[in-house]
Write a protein that binds this ligand. Structure first.
Ligand SMILES: CC(C)(COP(=O)(O)OP(=O)(O)OC[C@H]1O[C@@H](n2cnc3c(N)ncnc32)[C@H](O)[C@@H]1OP(=O)(O)O)[C@@H](O)C(=O)NCCC(=O)NCCS
Length: 167
């Protein structure tokens, strides 16, 4: 599997990262390393080769969805006795303002989907779930086929769809 990103570590220039959303900036500046230490989440970054500045980051974690929250057409393919369906959470995805609108968001999304697909070969995961921070982010994920979960801000992309993309 070829990926572009690497694990966040203490050498990365995270303090200089600014994507225009204070919550996503603060997360990288203050919280990401703690979540990694506590095994709550992983964080992957893409570095600019010339300056070492961080172009963007994303986080991944195990997650689950109540089956009743999944659209009916997908529930039909799932055993009705499974109340909770295992998924992978792409919790955060952010690109530094200096690097936005240059295709980096797309690259990082593909990178995150590749990693998620690879992990699902070892640990079952029905879909990648995202939790868009606002309507702008929702439009970004919509563009890549993510499906809205009814009664929720969250969106998902089935792992079999992702697998078909890379096969
Ligand atoms: C949303 C975000 C990740 C997009 O990253 P980006 O690097 O600017 O986007 P890209 O340049 O890779 O765009 C890829 C494609 O998506 C489109 N696109 C980008 N942002 C979009 C948006 N908000 N809505 C719809 N389409 C969008 C681009 O036009 C481009 O289309 P093309 O392939 O036809 O040229 C970035 O703007 C960002 O970090 N925003 C702040 C944080 C945020 O909202 N994160 C989202 C998850 S919580």
């Amino acid at each position: 599997m070829s990926v572009l990103t690497e694990h966040l570590n203490s050498d990365h220039r995270k303090k200089e990262f600014s994507c225009g959303n204070i919550m996503l900036d603060d997360y990288l500046h203050k919280q990401a390393n703690q979540d990694i230490k506590r095994k709550l989440s992983t964080c992957f970054v893409l570095k600019d080769k010339e300056t070492d500045l961080l172009k963007g980051y994303y986080t991944l974690a195990n997650n689950s969805l109540f089956q009743e929250l999944i659209p009916i057409e997908f529930q039909k393919k799932l055993p009705s006795s499974y109340k909770s369906i295992p998924t992978t959470l792409l919790g955060r995805l952010a690109i530094d303002l200096k690097f936005q609108n240059q295709g980096v968001g797309k690259l990082l999304l593909v990178d995150a989907l590749k990693r998620s697909c690879e992990i699902s070969k070892s640990i079952g995961s029905f879909a990648v779930v995202v939790d868009p921070i606002d309507e702008n982010a929702e439009r970004f994920y919509d563009r890549y086929g993510f499906i809205k979960l009814p009664d929720s801000r969250k969106m998902f992309l089935p792992m079999n769809t992702i697998k078909a993309l890379f096969d």
